[in-house]
Ligand binder design. Structure first.
Ligand code: SF4
Ligand code: SF4
Length: 262
């Protein structure tokens, strides 16, 4: 299986995905009556990134600083369109019902948005027949939109950088104070549409909420929990559920600790 690509228009990418959104896209998605979640994760990273590493610069630009105990963190917040099963805008003929207004990530799927990231077919919804090791002629029709897809990915990254101050205020207003320990999972928040809109539309000058400084790190791994605790972090051991997405299976031993929920 290669990374040449020829969309079969199967519609699988319009099912069961969390689609990253900019603030403007999230407001639009929510105004259409759809679900928007906020995924939060945190890395213990310094405040300086290497200017030679595009992914480090990208991560620094799309995150903000915080603390957990005495440990300095970078907090990553991602607005996502959430639908279980088919996207509410997927038509019976497998075409997009909001084609001209669809989110940027829908426009570039299955391409990656991160700088330097390579497409991994194993992580994509596309069927095997969509991938080809032949670079030509199958992907020739895609060549014309490659530049366009790249420009869309850049625009999405720029929006994610510009949106950071908005998301800092939104976390404060929505009392979002927990983050998944990055690499293992995400804290999931799904505020009511009205509260989300108020939080995302709040301007800097109208904000009466101080940025969240102290974060609790969530993990579903007992060993990680114990390590974070010994490092002086505020941490909680949690299980997979509506409020926590683990990227690895639960490894929680709650025999000596009360089961906690977010
Ligand atoms: S908005 Fe359109 S392209 Fe995006 S997931 Fe929904 S149906 Fe698919
Ligand atoms: S899952 Fe892949 S092949 Fe199927 S419609 Fe989406 S982009 Fe095309």
């Amino acid at each position: 299986m290669g990374t040449g690509f020829n969309c079969t228009q199967c519609g699988k990418c319009c099912h069961d995905l969390r689609i990253p959104l900019s603030v403007d896209e999230a407001l639009d998605w929510s105004a259409r009556g759809n679900r928007v979640q906020i995924l939060v994760e945190a890395w213990p990273l310094p405040d300086t990134g290497s200017s030679e590493d595009a992914n480090s610069v990208h991560d620094m630009n799309r995150s903000f600083a915080g603390n957990s105990g005495t440990v300095r963190l970078r907090i990553f917040t991602t607005l996502v369109a959430r639908h279980e099963g088919a996207c509410p805008h997927l038509r019976a003929d497998k075409r997009c019902g909001i084609y001209h207004d669809r989110p940027r990530i829908c426009r570039i799927y299955p391409r990656e948005c991160r700088p330097l990231a390579e497409m991994n077919p194993a992580l994509k919804a596309c069927p095997p027949e969509a991938w080809t090791s032949e670079e030509v002629p199958e992907i020739l029709p895609m060549q014309s939109d490659t530049q366009q897809a790249r420009a869309i990915a850049v625009a999405h990254r720029q929006a994610s950088y510009a949106n950071v101050p908005v998301l800092v205020r939104a976390c404060a207003r929505l009392e979002i104070v927990s983050a998944g320990f990055a690499g293992e999972g995400f804290a999931v928040y799904e505020p009511p549409a009205g509260q989300l809109a108020d939080a995302l539309c709040e301007t800097g000058s109208s904000s009466r909420h101080d940025p969240v400084q102290h974060w609790s790190l969530l993990t579903n791994q007992r060993s990680t929990h114990d390590l974070l605790k010994s490092a002086g972090c505020s941490t909680r051991l949690v299980k997979q559920g509506a409020d926590y997405i683990g990227t690895v299976a639960d490894d929680c031993n709650f025999v000596t600790e009360r089961t906690e929920t977010l």
